[in-house]
Design a protein around this ligand. Structure first.
Ligand code: SF4
Length: 268
């Protein structure tokens, strides 16, 4: 079992040119299908492709609460439930996305507008509200379970905070085979060297060397950041934080324990 520190050292040693070679050999071009930005049906490996919200039985893909939403991306109500999109976002990325959204939409974005406690590991109380401790933030989702920053028109998806989007978005559908780093959306469907590729309709398409190198650099940055974050969470874990918190959910990130709205839990 490797330690997080040894994996972090390995991540810092990753050769960007070799990563770019691997990405080039696998091939990738974003088709703007929105699959990695949207909620997904339980039997789908990823999100619902833009404009493809109709399931094989003819029913439209619907969210947990879309009956009065006027329709979701990729569908407008029907009989197939969607799981909400979950993408990890680091605390500094939450602030950067909030700033980008404020510039884009001309209104204030607070923490909760950008991120929510990652639901994995949380329990539900008698009313079904989440309770417990979790160790990541996820991008906020809308009533359809799609990323709140995803927009779609004429079957083509777009990120409204594109230049500030988190590393997980900049590097999808790739990951690196290091323990302690994320492996998004199920098993790898292709691999080259230490690079793994996950379900995505854009795989196998030609990619320019420049784009491959940019993606490779972001992939390395993400691996390093994920491991730094994991080490920060491990070292900063405070078992008394949940007792001191005002809310029922505490998120431990590398900056310390936070309430669900991103405010720090007060110390002893
Ligand atoms: S931030 Fe942008 S790229 Fe990332 S999931 Fe949301 S819409 Fe997609």
């Amino acid at each position: 079992m490797e330690t997080l520190e040894s994996e972090l050292a390995a991540a810092r040693d990753l050769d960007v040119a070799a990563l770019a070679d691997a990405i080039e050999s696998i091939g990738f071009e974003c088709t703007r299908c929105g699959g990695c930005c949207t909620g997904y049906a339980p039997d789908e490996p990823g999100g619902a492709p833009a404009g493809a919200g109709v399931d094989e039985t003819g029913g439209d893909v619907k969210s947990e609460a879309d009956d009065d939403t006027g329709g979701c991306n990729g569908g407008d109500g029907g009989d197939v439930d969607r799981e909400p999109h979950t993408a990890t976002v680091f605390p500094d990325e939450v602030r950067r996305v909030a700033e980008a959204a404020e510039r884009e939409f001309g209104e204030a974005y607070d923490w909760r507008d950008v991120a929510r406690p990652m639901p994995f590991g949380l329990d539900a109380d008698a009313e079904g509200d989440p309770v417990g401790e979790t160790f990541e933030w996820a991008l906020a989702t809308d009533d359809c379970g799609d990323c709140t920053f995803y927009e779609e028109s004429d079957g083509r998806g777009a990120c409204t905070v594109h230049d500030a989007r988190p590393l997980i978005c900049r590097t999808y559908p790739f990951s690196v085979a290091l323990e302690g780093t994320s492996q998004p959306m199920g098993e790898a469907v292709d691999e080259a060297g230490v690079v793994r590729a996950h379900e995505c309709e854009g795989l196998g398409r030609d990619i320019t060397r420049q784009d491959a190198e940019e993606l490779a650099a972001a992939l390395k940055e993400r691996a390093v950041r994920e491991l730094e974050e994991a080490i920060g969470v491990r070292d900063g874990y405070d078992p008394g934080a949940s007792d001191r918190a005002d809310g029922d959910v505490v998120v431990f990130d590398s900056e310390g324990p936070k309430e669900a709205d991103g405010t720090p839990v007060d110390g002893d």
